[in-house]
Design a protein around this ligand. Structure first.
Ligand SMILES: [Zn+2]
Length: 104
């Protein structure tokens, strides 16, 4: 019952999220003022989600995934980061990052 509307397939949304338009995580984190350090897959940075004094945040530059070892803030990509950092809804964050497009 719940999926009745999803299986019809002809009501295409007027707007669409374009994941491939999300900014490169390295450039994005840099633009957000994060100083990432470390040589492994997970880089370290001072966490912007709590009053951090030493680098507690781990972030990866391939996916944009991040996790703070102190306050627990986490997400899987730069979109999740942008939503939490700026208190935005999914759509507004996607729009702000240039990954939300109106189709006609
Ligand atoms: Zn934190």
């Amino acid at each position: 019952m719940r999926n009745a509307n999803l299986t019809r397939g002809h009501n295409r949304p007027a707007f669409a999220f374009k994941r491939d338009r999300l900014p490169n995580p390295a450039e994005y984190f840099d633009a957000q003022g994060l100083k990432l350090s470390g040589g492994g897959v997970w880089k370290s940075a001072v966490c912007p989600f709590h009053k951090d004094t030493k680098p507690s945040l781990r972030a990866r530059l391939d996916t944009g995934g991040f996790r703070c070892m102190v306050c627990g803030a986490h997400g899987g990509d730069v979109l999740a980061f942008h939503m939490q950092r700026h208190g935005l809804r999914f759509i507004d964050a996607a729009r702000a990052l240039g990954a939300w497009e109106a189709s006609r």
